[in-house]
Design a protein around this ligand. Structure first.
Ligand SMILES: Nc1nc2c(ncn2[C@@H]2O[C@H](COP(=O)(O)OP(=O)(O)OP(=O)(O)O)[C@@H](O)[C@H]2O)c(=O)[nH]1
Ligand SMILES: [Zn+2]
Length: 289
């Protein structure tokens, strides 16, 4: 039988196969291969005297560390213009991390009830993201606006929510599922519950897809991304990546760089390019230390 691990607790795994939820142990052989089943793993299960046993783990398309989940296909990056104020640098970092894991991305601007979308600064930010190749959703989760659109996007995907604290990730999730899957409220209340206790993530099923019940990328560690990989994490560079004078061009200080040209001609956003340069310098600096 084939299924997906939706939950793991103390060496026991819950595998969803069709409409069945099978409680499974892992075969001992995984321990020799230093392979531990993860939530999100697609596995082969056999039933032995009424007990499920994980026989095989399919190759993973990716692995996230926080939350510890495999085979995630999509990220909803949630941010706000106000309350908290938008931090573009942080948004770009979230986008970068999601790109590096090969995720489809939807940028969700929540709390649009608090701002005027016509304001130039705001409309420019949305325009820049769209031009870079990102899909954008505008939400007022408190009133349920935009939630149906998100639900459609969840179909057949394994989706993780990420974004800064307080932007409304839990509110959105709870609206989507119509029940409390994540606790909302102010931050101080949440920390009382113990934000730092280890939390085992689960997959919640929806429409043939799954949602990870824990927000992603609480740490914005980019140290695993190499200088050479970085340019592939910027979708707006894609059509220029092979056009530069040097095929291994990092779009940094090289002559004959088509990306730099596109920035000068206003075809690529200057802010996004500056974020790229800042990041490449951070990576170079990290490696030297
Ligand atoms: N005005 C307004 N407030 C909202 C909206 N969505 C959520 N909020 C409020 O924003 C606050 C934070 O929402 P949460 O859902 O807890 O945010 P979170 O992203 O899960 O926060 P962390 O758990 O800290 O990461 C709550 O008081 C919500 O009621 C919205 O669309 N408009
Ligand atoms: Zn170049």
């Amino acid at each position: 039988m084939k299924g997906i691990i939706v939950k793991g607790v103390g060496g026991l795994y819950y595998v969803k196969s069709g409409n069945e939820l099978i409680k499974c142990k892992a075969r001992g052989k995984f321990r020799f291969n230093e392979l531990t089943p993860m939530v999100g793993d697609i596995v082969e299960v056999s039933i032995n005297k009424g007990e499920g046993v994980i026989e095989n783990i399919n190759q993973r398309s990716n692995e996230l560390v926080r939350p510890f989940v495999a085979n995630v296909t999509q990220a909803f990056v949630v941010v706000t213009f106000k309350n908290p104020d938008l931090n573009l640098n942080l948004l770009n970092s979230f986008l970068l991390l999601c790109q590096s894991k090969g995720l489809k991305i939807l940028v969700c601007f929540n709390k649009i009830d608090l701002v005027n979308l016509e304001e130039e600064k705001i409309s420019n930010i949305i325009k820049t993201l769209k031009e870079a190749g990102y899909q954008v959703a505008l939400l007022n989760a408190k009133e349920g606006e935009g939630i149906e659109f998100l639900k459609e996007k969840l179909k057949d995907e394994v989706t993780v929510f990420c974004g800064p604290s307080g932007v409304g990730k839990s509110t959105i999730l709870n609206k989507i599922f119509g029940r409390e899957v994540m606790q909302t409220g102010d931050i101080s209340q949440k920390s009382k519950r113990g934000k730092h206790t280890t939390r085992h993530s689960e997959l919640i099923e929806i429409d043939g897809g799954f949602v990870v019940d824990t927000p992603g990328f609480s740490s914005l560690d980019i140290s695993f991304i190499t200088k050479e990989e970085l340019k592939y994490c910027f979708p707006e560079f894609e059509k220029y990546n092979c056009e530069c004078k040097f095929s291994n061009c990092l779009h940094y200080k090289e002559p004959g760089c088509k990306v730099k040209e596109a920035v000068e001609q206003g075809e690529i956003s200057k802010e996004r390019y500056e974020f790229y340069i800042k990041t490449i310098e951070e990576i170079t600096h990290q490696r030297r230390n």
